[in-house]
Design a protein around this ligand. Structure first.
Ligand code: FES
Length: 87
């Protein structure tokens, strides 16, 4: 069951600013991570000048890079998994 929704902006500006590297990084994640993520795509998030943009849950990450996105995903999954163990 997916614990986290990750959506990459697939708008033209974000495409031109490098969203493909983020998509490739997300599609290359270990299977154990992929099982916990629902990966999707969005149309323009309204921050075209600060792209590429990615949403992780309700958080919008502007000027995203693969490293930045993977760091936030790791933090969020760790927090969710700790909550599951505790709660
Ligand atoms: S195209 Fe991605 S925020 Fe507009």
């Amino acid at each position: 069951m997916a614990l986290l929704t990750v959506e990459v902006c697939a708008g033209t500006s974000c495409h031109l600013l490098g969203n493909q590297a983020i998509i490739e990084a997300l599609e290359s994640l270990p299977v154990s991570w992929q099982k916990q993520i629902r990966l999707g795509y969005r149309s323009c998030l309204g921050s075209c000048g600060r792209g590429p943009c990615v949403t992780i849950g309700k958080q919008v990450i502007e000027q995203a890079s693969p490293e930045k996105v993977l760091t936030v995903i790791k933090q969020r999954l760790t927090a969710v998994n700790v909550e599951k163990e505790v709660g």
